[in-house]
Design a protein. Structure first.
Length: 113
């Protein structure tokens, strides 16, 4: 099973930026789509953004124009650049390989108003 480790979360004021990283172990990374998900208190986990092996990206409507997903296959790492953060972006963010049981431990993002 691929191991995923997220980093880069923290506390930021509304309008600020954070960059999340997800480091993956195992050679499967280079052939897998990757996704960032988030779960706010009392809410279901939701897909935020995803990127295919070829680099095609998807962002959910609420973060379009503010968040960008990217990957570096050489470093086995996927990134989520989050700009213009809003209090409603507050959640635990996870990276995940769709179709597998591989999830990271999560990183907390808190946006203060």
């Amino acid at each position: 099973q691929v191991q995923l480790v997220e980093s880069g979360g923290g506390l930021v004021q509304a309008g600020g930026s954070l960059r999340l990283s997800c480091a993956a172990s195992g050679s499967i990374f280079s052939i897998s789509a990757m996704g960032w998900y988030r779960q706010a208190p009392g809410k279901q986990r939701e897909l935020v953004a995803s990127i295919t092996r070829g680099g095609s990206t998807y962002c959910t409507e609420s973060v379009k124009g503010r968040f960008t997903i990217a990957r570096d296959n050489a470093k086995n790492t996927v990134y989520l650049q989050m700009n213009s953060l809003k209090p409603e972006d507050t959640a635990v963010y996870y990276c995940h390989i769709p179709g597998t049981a591989s999830w990271g431990q999560g990183t907390q993002v808190t946006v203060s108003s």
